[in-house]
Design a protein around this ligand. Structure first.
Ligand SMILES: [Zn+2]
Length: 130
């Protein structure tokens, strides 16, 4: 299992989450067979630098666009490492989705993807199509 981004969509995700480093930024990735074909930013309802939650009409619209089975769920860690936090793991409710974490901890983007099932985390390789 891999997660494959066309480069423009990868750059869209990175640019979006870096557009505001005061909060965790989040959204959904639509696609099939591990290949991202659309990025859906969703507001972080918590407005927090250390947590995120997606709800409200923007989330429903994004979920509907993904057929309620998002390929990926992304969020940023403005000052944390590029791995799921204990809260991320505890709250991971979509075992069929990949969790993408974009970290700015080292002042350059670090992007990693994970599957989270019943509290168990396994990393998934990211490929970027040029
Ligand atoms: Zn997190």
């Amino acid at each position: 299992m891999r997660l494959t981004f066309p480069r423009p969509l990868y750059e869209q995700v990175v640019a979006y989450v870096l557009s505001d480093l005061a909060y965790e930024m989040c959204g959904l990735l639509a696609g099939q067979d591990g290949i991202v074909d659309r990025v859906w930013p969703v507001p972080n309802a918590l407005h927090s630098p250390v947590a995120y939650r997606m709800d409200g009409p923007e989330f429903i619209t994004a979920m509907a666009a993904c057929g309620f089975e998002p390929l990926g769920i992304f969020h940023s860690h403005p000052s944390g490492p590029p791995v799921p936090s204990p809260t991320d793991i505890a709250e991971a409710a979509y075992p069929d989705s990949l969790y993408v974490v974009i970290s700015w901890q080292d002042m350059s983007p670090s992007v990693r993807a994970f599957r989270i099932i019943d509290g168990r985390v396994s990393e998934v390789k990211i490929d970027i199509l040029v």
